[in-house]
Design a protein around this ligand. Structure first.
Ligand SMILES: Nc1ncnc2c1ncn2[C@@H]1O[C@H](COP(=O)(O)OP(=O)(O)OP(=O)(O)O)[C@@H](O)[C@H]1O
Ligand SMILES: [Mg+2]
Length: 371
């Protein structure tokens, strides 16, 4: 069986059950040649299991995996031509760096001179040209992970698979490695599948983000699209910080939906979807979107899209200030502002305004329907 060869990887109806645990429910996914795709989702959502099935480390319960148009379900791991990097570098501790990087080439019986040249090039690509004779223990964590990267790309894999490769590194090094992997990937153009539960990692590196939850693909698309237009609350909750208010659609005027929150507050919302009147929805407000001012300074409080409330809690984080605003309706709104103004104190009464194109609507989640 073959399929569209322009995709580097295709998953069709792929599932994996471990006894009663449905780790991966039927998933369909096309991964473009040369792209960097991240699988993003909370712990236990099935990311590693998908990667292991693509690698050939785990056999699917059902469905098919294609690499460059060839069905590989029965192809053993060493014949799939993949590069792999996992969280714990997994370098061979007793081999030199040269032998670690050369491993896959020796295995393929590549001539000696060619191995020497390819290892040299790979080490140069990861910017560690002078460590050939050292052992892994003589390198830092970040350097070891670079060697793992060199070892994975030296074989010129069809696909590079990375499972949380940066999670053992500290924050600054992560950032640096993130940029390095991103640059390297663009330079050599290798199709890459990158697993992470870190939204910043996914947003900053990916051509496409695939958001998973509970073994189900929730949404796939470019980072801006998934971030700005989440298809459901699960995705909105996972990417960014938002507050959700149950509401009812009243109608549409001048391209804006009019919705009523359960406490009676009216909102006008610009939204691309088709909602019928009386639909139950959730109003989504990203924490960075509201304008927040001391009470009395906002002169349009009788208009839609306004709340009044009181600062219940705040944390100053240098570049940003995070406020929890207790609204008159008893609900709590999370607001993050740039930290360049004098932070407002706890207990301060405030007016909050969110313009129609800065809030969103999502289908009501089962939790809010039940209430
Ligand atoms: N060998 C196994 N036997 C039984 N259950 C398993 C096995 N491997 C994974 N699972 C279960 O399958 C589900 C998905 O696991 P998986 O490792 O793919 O999640 P993940 O998204 O990679 O999570 P994390 O972010 O914590 O690494 C989990 O419920 C897990 O407990
Ligand atoms: Mg995992």
């Amino acid at each position: 069986m073959t399929t569209t060869p322009e995709y580097a990887v295709q998953l069709k109806g792929l599932t994996k059950y471990f006894g009663k645990v449905k780790a991966v429910k039927p998933i369909d996914l096309n991964i473009e040649q040369g792209s960097l795709v991240t699988l993003l989702g909370p712990s236990g959502c099935g990311k590693t299991t998908i990667l292991r099935m693509i690698a050939g480390l785990e056999h699917p319960t059902s469905g098919d995996i294609f690499i460059k148009g060839r069905r590989v379900n029965e192809v053993p791991i060493h014949k799939r031509n993949l590069g792999m990097i996992f969280q714990n570098y997994a370098l061979f501790p007793h081999k030199t760096i040269f032998d670690n990087v050369a491993f896959g080439l020796k295995y393929r019986s590549v001539p000696k001179d060619e191995i020497r040249e390819k290892v040299r090039q790979a080490l140069e690509l990861v910017r560690l040209p002078d460590v050939e004779n050292r052992h892994p223990a003589q390198l830092s964590g970040g350097q070891q992970q670079r060697i793992a990267l060199a070892r994975a790309i030296v074989i010129e894999p069809d696909v590079l698979l990375m499972d949380e490769p940066l999670s053992a590194l500290d924050e600054n090094l992560r950032e640096e490695m993130r940029r390095e992997i991103d640059n390297l990937q663009q330079m050599i153009g290798v199709t890459t599948i990158f697993v992470t539960h870190d939204q910043r990692e996914a947003l900053s590196m990916s051509d496409k983000i695939v958001v998973m939850h509970d073994g189900v693909l929730q949404q796939e698309g470019p980072p801006e699209e998934v971030y700005n237009h989440p298809v459901n609350r699960t995705v909105a909750d996972f990417l960014g910080t938002s507050t959700f208010f149950p509401a009812t659609v009243l109608g549409r005027e001048d391209g804006l939906y009019k919705v009523r929150l359960d406490d009676g507050t009216l909102f006008l919302v610009k939204n691309g979807r088709d909602w019928t009147d009386q639909s139950r929805v959730e109003l989504v407000i990203r924490a960075q979107k509201p304008n927040i001012v001391p009470a009395g300074e906002d002169e349009a409080m009788d208009q839609p899209n306004h709340f009044s409330g009181k600062i219940k809690d705040r944390s100053y984080m240098g570049g940003e200030v995070s406020y929890f605003v207790e609204l008159k309706n008893g609900l709590e709104l999370h607001v993050v502002t740039l930290g360049d103004q004098q932070p407002m104190k706890i207990g301060r009464k405030v007016d909050v305004h969110i313009p129609p194109d800065h809030c969103g609507l999502l289908p009501a989640s089962p939790a809010s329907l039940g209430s």
